[in-house]
Design a protein around this ligand. Structure first.
Ligand code: PFF
Length: 456
């Protein structure tokens, strides 16, 4: 074993196939399904964008996911040590893991902020504080929340501590148990809101906005957006799936798991769009993207529906549940690293991570108040972290993970790992995967990155 890599002798892991799916799907399903996917789809060509997204997911997202799960399961190590364990002489590959840990911090910095707003809105909507049919009023409520530095930081820290508490409980007793309980609740709430929304008179206009294909909108920039979204949605390119893969059992069929997660996540995104846009169009709102859709439009729209109050509360509970599984998986990346590399007890590793995150995250939390004028590269810290991770770090991470798995670790080891050492008869699937991993994924990621960044 490489210098400095300490293998924890008895490693906690997921205990069942159901637990594996719940945790992995819990990571993929998140705020991205509610806050990014539907509005990006509507703005960038409807069904045309969904097709481009599916292509990006099949050509890049899913192969990287399978590769990550495979590397993690073989090394039984955290995202950084995995590369040293699997390739002791190739120190530079560890940089992929290091970039992953950095991405984990940057994503959580802005993600926990949005999650903090969502949790604040669960309480506010339950007490009736955000309900108004007038978007000016709902907008003022939201502005007040984000412009108040104390509230913004408070809710972010609240979320960090809650997620930290689940992480401390461990992989099986914390992450697996929580996601197994939450995922079914999430689906039930989503279907309830979707059915209600579809019964509204504007359903056709909403579905039209979401699905009508317009290929003229699919530009180079949109391709990068779709690919960035595929990485963000599937939680790949930054070591999350390496870390989770290290907790998978030997029997798990990795390509099947990855495909199931991708399809289920897509279904949740489309359902979220069906829950949101019919209502938005019924009451003549603009289908805006980003936080304003979630925190200004949704409360105003649902307040118009009979028993709408209950649906607003449900909607934010849904958001909080979705965010939890995703945040657990991101926080596990640095915690697993500190725990394994420095033999730190989970409690200490989590506490250190939470403190660091509170510090970095506060720059995002304060980007609507005290730091609003600070704009590195012309963006607030919040937007910068989002752009850097989705559009740069995750695709670049994915690119190098493909090169490492396909070319350095090599096809023989990949075949052994994905057939569960000969247990599964899936050589056709593995050959297709190898082709995607070695050629299609890195080439398409490379071209789209260079085009999206206007280098090509
Ligand atoms: N997949 C999550 C979402 O769509 O909200 C976000 C995410 C989770 C990104 C885990 C990255 C990650 F490692």
């Amino acid at each position: 074993m490489a210098d400095g890599v300490k293998q924890v002798t008895s490693r906690d892991s997921f205990t069942s196939g159901l637990g594996v799916i719940a945790a992995t799907l819990g990571s993929a399903v998140g705020l991205g399904n509610i806050w990014k996917f539907p509005s990006l789809t509507g703005m960038n060509g409807g069904a045309a964008f969904i097709i481009v997204y599916i292509l990006a997911a099949f050509m890049a997202g899913v192969p990287v996911m399978i590769a990550e799960l495979m590397l993690g399961r073989r090394s039984r190590s955290d995202a950084l040590s995995t590369f040293r364990v699997l390739h002791p002489k190739g120190g530079q590959w560890g940089l992929i893991g290091a970039a992953g840990v950095l991405s984990a911090f940057l994503i959580l910095a802005f993600y926990t902020e949005v999650a903090g707003w969502v949790v604040a809105y669960v309480f506010k909507s339950a007490s009736g504080g955000v309900l108004s049919t007038d978007p000016k009023v709902t907008s003022a409520v939201f502005e007040k929340l984000i412009a108040d530095p104390y509230q913004a930081v408070f809710w972010q820290c609240f979320v960090l501590v809650c997620v930290g508490a689940i992480i401390v409980a461990g992989v099986s007793k914390g992450i697996e148990k929580t996601t197994k309980r939450l995922m079914p609740v999430l689906l039930v709430i989503l279907v309830m809101i979707g059915v209600r929304s579809l019964m509204l008179p504007g359903a056709a206009a909403g579905l039209n906005f979401l699905f009508r294909p317009d290929f003229s909108k699919v530009t180079g920039g949109v391709l990068l957006t779709a690919m960035g979204l595929a990485f963000f949605k599937l939680s790949v390119g930054m070591g999350t799936m390496i870390t989770y893969g290290s907790y998978f059992t030997k029997e798990e069929n990795l390509p099947v798991t990855a495909l199931r997660v991708m399809l289920a996540d897509l279904a949740v995104s489309i359902l979220a769009g069906i829950a949101i846009f019919p209502a938005v169009f019924t009451y003549g709102f603009k289908p805006e993207a980003g936080p304003s859709l979630l925190f200004i439009t949704i409360p105003a729209v649902f307040s118009q529906i009979p028993f709408g109050n209950a649906f607003v509360v449900l909607f934010f509970v849904l958001g909080a549940i979705a965010a939890t599984g995703a945040m657990l998986s991101i926080m596990e990346v640095p915690v697993a690293y500190l725990h394994q590399r420095f033999s730190m007890p989970r409690l200490h590793a989590t506490a250190l991570t939470v403190i660091l995150l509170a510090l970095i995250g506060s720059t995002a939390a304060l980007s609507s108040s005290v730091l609003a004028g600070v704009k590195p590269f012309g963006m607030t810290f919040f937007d910068l972290y989002d752009f850097l991770t989705s559009n740069l770090l995750m695709p670049i991470g994915g690119f190098f993970i493909c090169l490492f798995a396909g070319w350095v670790w090599g096809p023989q080891k990949v075949k052994a790992a994905l057939s569960n050492d000969g247990e599964l008869r899936n050589s056709a699937v593995i050959n297709l995967f190898l082709f995607l991993l070695k050629y299609v994924a890195p080439v398409s990621i490379g071209i789209i990155l260079l085009r999206g960044l206007k280098i090509l």
